[in-house]
Design a binder for this molecule. Structure first.
Ligand SMILES: Cc1cc2nc3c(=O)[nH]c(=O)nc-3n(C[C@H](O)[C@H](O)[C@H](O)COP(=O)(O)OP(=O)(O)OC[C@H]3O[C@@H](n4cnc5c(N)ncnc54)[C@H](O)[C@@H]3O)c2cc1C
Length: 426
């Protein structure tokens, strides 16, 4: 492993964005070291039964401002602008329209209380803002588990109100994971290369892996905070503040299951069905995404933890029971499990997306802060306003790359911050 100017650790959305940015704007030599046998990290499109299934990120959130939308256009990926199921009325099975209106009003009132509480100096868990005994509290909690990966009792109000979203959501027809993978094409990536130690005690930084040691002038660390917190990657000398920030930013859990549906014509296209509306532990089912004969189930928080423990078939069995309860038992024989995720059990992720522990929303800045002008940090958890997303990861990667280039006196400033354009034909 020959020495290079910059080592980027982790080839997820953030690491790929950082490496691409450096290649586009500087003459520095750059190498990505990736623990897995694939790039993309929590962006992962799996092909099953001829369908591209996004087991990680699936939606281009804030799509009209999202750099991945521009990259998709530039690389020739088709985008589907159909509004997401959660922005429209849900399937009426088990959820009559009058109840949906009542729930929507409860959600708006809750959002208003969260916004108000977010202006206060003291942070608190969002569960304190539920209406005591509110009919819709369990479903509000379930929504939080999908959006944040945790229920409201673990959700920091101060962190949540920092999140910015335009409300526009699109999808990449052949997969968000495929798009991010395509953006890595031509970069110098070493797969199956888990970094175990970063020795920054000397003039050159030594990056230690089971495949050898690389010396470099700067490191961009673009791995999930869980990996830093577990000390699977160690710093020499130790960085206790970085460790504390990573501990304050765990990953919540969201998992998906995909079912194929025989003869799906009786199901509406791109509609949402709730498995139940009276409990927290329920899946949300996206019927026929892209019009395909599929159902995409989504589970969050403690329910997802439980179902991961149940093993491979846990998600599908739970989903089929819930769907059959709402749409009739006959549908059982038409549903066939295709794939499910288990992000908590994934050793290189350890969860789905970050949340700040209550009282620790400032940990995002601490995690992102550079050390000694040569260790730089990126990844969705480092983003103050776009955390938990693939475009947030992208932006932190670009920022870290520009900071590293400046520190190495190699910054050309040729591209405006955040611009994904002028992708090299690699
Ligand atoms: C189920 C699910 C649904 C989601 N839905 C959406 C969505 O609709 N829209 C959206 O915008 N976002 C969504 N997200 C979140 C989005 O996928 C992530 O925020 C984003 O992909 C994170 O990118 P990252 O680069 O920060 O981290 P990662 O993708 O985790 O990349 C980190 C990389 O570091 C590697 N790594 C770890 N340890 C080491 C090591 N020791 N040495 C070398 N490499 C290492 C990992 O293998 C990985 O490739 C979803 C995530 C999940 C799980």
């Amino acid at each position: 492993m020959h020495d290079v100017d910059v080592i980027v650790i982790g080839a997820g959305a953030a690491g790929i964005a950082a490496a691409r940015r450096l290649v586009l704007t500087t003459r520095l030599s750059v190498r990505l070291l990736e623990a897995r046998d694939r790039v993309g990290g929590r962006a992962w499109t799996l092909d099953a039964a001829g369908f591209p299934l996004d087991l990680g990120c699936g939606w281009l959130h804030s799509a009209e401002h999202n750099e991945w939308s521009a990259i998709a256009q530039e690389l020739g990926f088709e985008i589907d602008p159909t509004p997401p199921p959660w922005s429209r009325r849900a399937h009426e099975a088990g959820f009559p329209l009058a109840e949906q209106d009542d729930f929507a009003a409860a959600w708006s009132r809750f959002q208003a209380r969260v916004a108000e509480a977010g202006r206060a100096a003291a942070d608190r868990p969002a569960s304190e803002l539920l209406e005591p005994g509110g009919r819709w509290n369990p479903l509000l909690d379930a929504l939080s588990s999908y959006i944040n990966g945790v229920e409201l009792d673990r959700l920091s109000v101060a962190d949540f109100v920092n999140y910015r979203d335009s409300g526009i959501n699109w999808r990449v027809v052949s997969g968000y994971g495929r798009l991010i993978e395509a953006y890595a094409r031509g970069l110098d990536v070493t797969l199956n290369c888990p970094v175990t130690r970063i020795d920054h005690s000397g003039g050159m930084i030594r990056v230690i892996t089971p495949r050898g040691v690389v010396k470099t002038r700067a490191v961009i660390l673009a791995i999930p905070p869980t990996v830093i917190a577990s000390e699977a990657v160690r710093f020499v000398p130790a960085l206790p503040q970085k460790l504390a920030a990573a501990h304050a930013l765990p990953l919540g859990l969201a998992d998906k299951v995909f079912l194929r549906v025989d003869d799906p014509r009786d199901l509406p296209t791109a509609a949402r069905l709730f498995g139940a509306t009276d409990r927290v532990a329920t899946g949300s089912y996206h019927l026929r995404p892209f019009g395909r004969p599929l159902i995409e189930g989504y589970f969050g928080g403690r329910l997802a933890e439980e179902l991961e423990h149940a093993g491979e078939s846990g998600f599908a069995a739970f989903a089929i029971d819930q769907i059959a309860k709402q749409l009739g038992a006959d549908i059982r024989k038409r549903l066939h499990p295709l794939a499910a995720s288990a992000w908590r059990r994934d050793p290189f992720a350890g969860g789905s997306y970050s949340y700040a522990k209550v009282g620790h929303s400032d940990a995002r800045g601490a995690l992102a802060a550079a050390v000694d002008g040569r260790l730089f940090f990126a990844g969705e958890a480092c983003s103050r306003h776009d955390f938990s997303t693939a475009h947030g990861a992208y932006r932190t990667g670009v920022q870290a790359a520009d900071d590293a280039a400046r520190a190495l006196s190699a910054y050309s400033g040729e591209l405006g911050t955040g611009s994904p354009t002028r992708i090299c034909a690699t």
